[in-house]
Ligand binder design. Structure first.
Ligand code: 8YV
Length: 321
């Protein structure tokens, strides 16, 4: 029997995925789940045929150039692949795969959780109950924002954006979106397309960021664009923290320009801007978008499906390079 392909897996994988991994691969995994330094990755990649990485790893050009010649593929346990320098991978002739589709529903679900949490002051309410500062029911106590009938602007109408729209329709929200391309009518389902994303801002009582991180979208939601949102708007981010200029968002939450925000992702995770922790009107989650047992297993299996295809000489299922 041919020997198993050798893998370096930079983070701990869910148990069911680890079981399948070990059945097919001779894998070096990360037992204590620490973030490996570039030097550690290079050292552990010696003699490996492929790497399985996550967005916690910065697979930049410098790292890719230093990888040993034995490495022939990089799979990422994520739909996002901004942490991998695709040009450098191309130069080395590596295919790169990701894990789309299987996390769409979980991420869309958490987008709605953040919308409701931010609109209905879930953090403040939860804290009041736990801290026993809730004294009595009152007609004006802790009033939030109604979602039904409001306008939702979706910035980035890919798979996740479309799944958010589907859920928001159940709340009778009016859906608006911007995207690189307009969707076909069957996918659009009555949502209003804004070719100019700046125009989306003015009609977004809720503004949901669902676009990938790129040089083009870096700090896209800045002070000037926040000013174009309706007063009292709610900002939701389940994509990447780098799309938001934190200082501008924090200032708008402090001034009352925005009613609130719901954030699952941050720039420099997990070391987010500490000012967020002081704000009552921001509902914060620690990057849980895809964090369900089913979804993380499905992501792991998908990453392995891509590696299996590569080592079987077949086309990758989810090739980004
Ligand atoms: C995951 C994500 O938590 O897939 C992505 O791009 O951001 C998240 O859903 C992360 O990738 C885990 O590796």
């Amino acid at each position: 029997m041919a020997s198993k392909p050798k893998l370096l897996v930079t983070r701990r994988l869910p148990p069911a995925v680890t079981e399948r991994l070990n059945a097919t691969y001779d894998a070096v995994t990360n037992a204590d789940d620490h973030i490996m330094s570039p030097d550690e990755v290079i050292e552990k990649a010696q003699g490996k045929d492929a790497l399985l990485v996550t967005p916690a790893d910065k697979v930049n050009a410098a790292l890719i150039e230093r990888l040993p010649a034995s490495v022939k593929m990089i799979a990422t346990f994520s739909v996002g692949y901004e942490h991998i320098d695709l040009e450098a991978a191309k130069k080395r002739g590596f295919p790169v795969s990701n894990t789309p589709d299987v996390l769409t529903d979980a991420t869309a679900d958490i987008t709605l959780l953040l919308m409701l949490g931010a609109a209905r002051r879930a953090y403040e309410g939860e804290r009041a109950v736990r801290e026993a500062s809730w004294k009595s029911w009152s007609t004006t106590y802790m009033l939030g924002v109604h979602m039904t009938g409001k306008r939702l602007g979706i910035f980035g109408m890919g798979r996740i954006g479309q799944a958010v729209a589907k859920r928001a329709r159940a709340f009778d929200m009016e859906i608006h979106y911007s995207n690189r391309r307009r969707l076909s009518a069957d996918l659009e389902q009555g949502a209003t397309f804004h070719a100019d994303p700046e125009a989306l801002l003015g009609v977004s009582d809720f503004f949901s960021i669902n676009a990938p991180a790129s040089a083009e979208t870096f700090h896209w939601l800045n002070a000037a664009r926040i000013a174009k949102l309706p007063d009292g708007a709610i900002v939701i981010n389940t994509a990447r923290g780098t799309l938001v200029d934190d200082a501008a968002l924090i200032a708008a939450l402090q001034s009352g320009k925005l009613f609130s925000a719901g954030l699952d992702v941050f720039e420099n995770e997990p070391n987010l801007n500490p000012a967020y922790r002081e704000l009552p009107n921001v509902f914060l989650l620690p990057h849980l978008g895809s964090a369900t047992v089913d979804t993380r297993n499905a992501m792991g299996f998908k990453a392995l499906d891509n590696l299996d295809a590569f080592f079987a000489g077949k086309p990758l299922l989810d090739r980004v390079v």
